[in-house]
Design a protein around this ligand. Structure first.
Ligand code: GDP
Length: 368
């Protein structure tokens, strides 16, 4: 592709290879738009003609430049996180760059995935404690679901109350649902006039999208940063639908004895190494196959059945060996498989979580 071809909307260099990166346009559309002399990348095209934004990814370098820019601004930071993957939502360096003066409003998205009976105040308190670990002290936490929005006005009112005349920067890592949420805001039209243009983030290769607010201030969408320690990176595209939840998760409870193992498809493994007979509860995509077996034969079982009884399995490019992480549990906790789900366990047990190389397994205070 000609190096000099740039999108007239955002200035990104046009490319036909990676739909998730800036400047993307499918080859067929590229030919057409050269002929029509309206050279817009897919993202700017959708924005201009359908008032719709598309998610786009950012490199680490670009992202730290962008954070610097935010730290120089006087703004309300709207930090969008995924309640199903709170650790995976973490933006490293965010607290440092936001500074003392810029308040953070946390929008906790995808609450539709959690059991409906979960007490909302409890969830907020739990989130507050988790965010504290990330160094974030939000002015407020707003629970929402971008795919089933019920209280979009409430969200906009909350943003308005905390911004006190400032601009609003919406930040989040990829896949937390930031684009879906902003599209809902654009469609609702509340306080939003016609969406006009995109402009560049200085020093980055990416466009920013500014949604005008009633008082001449702007709501600024920032590109999502890619997290690399998530299960999505070791899954083939065709398998994503078996692993990522779409609907309310139905908790699955097992009565376990010591020295039993549960395989989570072929993607992860949980060992109950020692402790009294106990119930444990698993929170994963409802159709993801969980398979209980004896710890003693678990290695052989995996070698024999991965990719067949135990599906999905990590795509071939990723390592097929699962890596073991051991935990001595002192309070009711969750063992979290980054982006995949978690298993809730009682105090006083020793367990292990296994996941493909590069996928985090960690322990946290129980959410539910
Ligand atoms: P972005 O990368 O943060 O802009 O994320 P997207 O808006 O592209 O959303 C990532 C995925 O999460 C998509 O498959 C969305 O359909 C899904 N998603 C977004 N918001 C929600 C939500 O509130 N609930 C559920 N269940 N899924 C959501």
């Amino acid at each position: 592709l000609n190096e000099g071809l740039r999108c007239i909307g955002c200035g990104a260099i046009m490319q036909v290879l990676d739909p998730t990166k800036a400047g993307y346009l499918p080859m067929s559309a590229l030919k057409k738009s050269i002929d029509s002399e309206e050279l817009l990348c897919k993202r700017c095209f959708r924005l201009r003609h359908y008032n719709e934004i598309q998610p786009v990814e950012l490199t680490d370098d670009d992202f730290s430049r962008l954070l610097h820019q935010i730290s120089d601004a006087r703004a309300l930071i709207v930090y969008v996180i995924d309640v199903f993957d709170v650790t995976g939502s973490e933006i490293a360096g965010l607290p440092r760059f936001v500074g003392q003066d810029n308040p953070i409003l946390v929008v906790a998205n995808k609450v539709d995935l959690l059991p409906k009976l979960l007490n909302k105040n409890r969830l907020k308190n739990w989130l507050q404690a988790e965010l504290k670990v990330q160094g974030i002290k939000p002015v407020d936490i707003f629970l929402t679901s971008a795919t089933h929005p019920k209280n979009l006005d409430g969200l906009l009112d909350t943003i308005d109350a905390y911004r006190e005349g400032r601009d609003v920067y919406v930040v989040g890592v990829t896949n937390v649902g930031k684009s879906t949420l902003i599209n809902q805001i654009i469609k609702s039209g509340t306080g939003v006039q016609d969406l006009i243009t995109t402009s560049r983030f200085p020093g980055t290769t990416l466009d920013r999208i500014e949604i005008p607010l009633a008082d001449g201030k702007k709501l600024i969408d920032t590109p999502g940063i890619v997290k690399r320690d998530q299960i999505t990176h070791v899954l083939a595209d065709k398998d994503l639908k078996y692993a990522l939840p779409k609907n309310e998760i139905k908790p699955r409870t097992y009565q376990l004895n010591a020295e039993q193992t549960i395989f989570i498809g072929g993607l992860a493994r949980f060992d109950f190494e020692s402790g009294e007979h106990t119930p444990i509860t698993a929170y994963f995509e409802n159709n993801l196959n969980l398979h209980r077996t004896k710890l003693a034969g678990a290695d052989d079982f995996y070698n024999k059945h991965a990719g067949e009884l135990l599906v999905p399995s990590p795509r071939e490019a990723a390592t097929t060996n699962l890596v073991k992480h051991v935990f001595n549990v002192t309070e009711k906790s969750d063992i979290v498989f980054a982006g995949l789900g978690w298993i809730s366990i009682p105090a006083g047990v020793k367990v292990a979580g296994w996941a493909p190389q590069g996928v985090s397994v960690l322990i946290r205070k129980a959410m539910i």
